[in-house]
Design a protein around this ligand. Structure first.
Ligand code: ATP
Length: 364
């Protein structure tokens, strides 16, 4: 059992509020990603959980017990850093056995755990190599393995894959998920890579400037961003965010774009959210993969646009459209045939449009 609860957790470095009154409940045996841009306070939060950075204020509870003043070595957490931390003068075997020995474990038990871990991490053929001979990718596998093998109830990983090459990162994402299923640990994972967070985590905590922006499952965070920061941070290409106003009359409600485009809102959920907007000015959001492109003669709802740039990216093509003064991106399957300069209609599908307050950026 290892539930982690952060209550009003705060870290101040001089005048800088690196982590600002963070409340977060990390359930037992869940994989939680702390996600955000560089400097948002992810590592500082992680270091406070580990006990290698003291908190300025707030509480850190492990299974209900406040550990805030407990030294790192007494917190019983495993930690893996961005830069592999292994003993390069030892063999892989000795590295994997190190933590077990220091916990007083004896020969046969160590042997079993080390060989099992080597198999899990696909290091069996390297077990008796000096670690200095390993590639950077393999060294990081050893670093993860030597921490995981001690089976800490809480496993903290700070950007462990960011120094690895792209193919190996993809491979290790799967391995980490297997590791967590096998050991049933509570994992906290720091990353600035939203794809990594989406693919690995049960829950994602999105942070910006030391403040938690949203905490939810990957699908919740992706489908229902709390604000324009989260909307923009999640997804590649990111969500289109357009200045717009809510207008209408004669019983209709319309989203109107400053450049002249508009469409009638006929989706109950969007209508309700339009009504909750206190001013007419909003940010209108739609994900590139949610927008449909139709030929300009299309008679249904939609906004007139001109193809401004076509960006093929293998299986898909990103089509850039000029909508009045603004540019939006739409993802279509490859070979969809939208030519540069052609007139099209962008259709915003039901249930997939977002409305944010123009001033605060908060979702409606
Ligand atoms: P990165 O991905 O770049 O590591 P991060 O989201 O993990 O970013 P932190 O490393 O937690 O962010 O840093 C949060 C803020 O606190 C940053 O502005 C950073 O410069 C500052 N900071 C971190 N450690 C210290 C320190 N020891 N002294 C002063 N400021 C610090």
């Amino acid at each position: 059992m290892a539930t982690i609860e952060l209550k009003s957790l705060t870290k101040q470095f001089g005048q800088l509020l690196a982590v600002n009154s963070l409340d977060l409940l990390i359930p037992d045996r869940k994989f939680v990603a702390l996600l955000g841009p560089s400097g948002c306070g992810k590592t500082t939060t992680m270091n406070m959980i580990a006990g290698i950075e003291s908190a300025s204020d707030g509480e850190i509870l492990f299974d209900g017990n406040n550990v805030r003043t407990l030294p790192a070595r007494q917190r019983g957490v495993g930690f893996v850093f961005q830069n592999y931390a292994i003993f390069t003068h030892m063999t892989v075997y000795e590295n994997l056995a190190f933590g077990l020995r220091s916990r007083g474990m004896k020969g046969p038990e160590i042997e079993k755990k080390v060989t099992d871990m080597a198999e899990l991490m696909r290091l069996t053929d390297r077990l008796h190599w000096p670690s200095a001979r390993l590639s950077v990718n393999e060294m990081q596998k050893v670093a993860i393995g030597r921490s995981a093998v001690t089976e800490p109830a809480i496993f903290l990983l700070d950007e462990p894959l960011s120094n690895l090459d792209a193919a190996f990162r993809a491979f290790m994402r799967t391995e980490l998920k297997h590791l967590q299923h096998q050991f049933q640990q509570t994992m906290v994972y720091v990353t600035h890579d939203q794809i990594e967070a989406m693919s690995l985590a049960d829950m994602i905590a999105v942070m910006n400037l030391g403040v938690l922006q949203q905490y939810g499952t990957p699908i919740e965070v992706y489908n229902r961003p709390n604000n324009t920061f989260v909307a923009n941070f999640m997804g590649s290409p990111s969500m289109n965010l357009l200045d717009a106003t809510i207008g209408g009359g004669d019983g209709s409600t319309r989203i109107e774009f400053p450049g002249g485009g508009q469409f009638e809102v006929n989706d109950e959920d969007l209508l309700r959210r339009c009504k909750s907007a206190t001013t007419g000015a909003i940010k209108f959001g739609a994900r590139p993969e949610d927008i449909a492109l139709e030929a300009s003669g299309h008679t249904g709802d939609g906004v007139k646009a001109k193809v401004n740039f076509v960006e093929p990216i293998g299986p898909r093509t990103i089509v850039h459209l000029a909508v009045g003064e603004e540019i939006i991106k739409v993802v279509v399957p490859k070979g969809s045939g939208f030519e540069l300069g052609s007139d099209v209609k962008a259709v915003f599908p039901k249930g997939k449009c977002h409305i944010f307050d123009a001033e605060t950026g908060n979702a409606k």
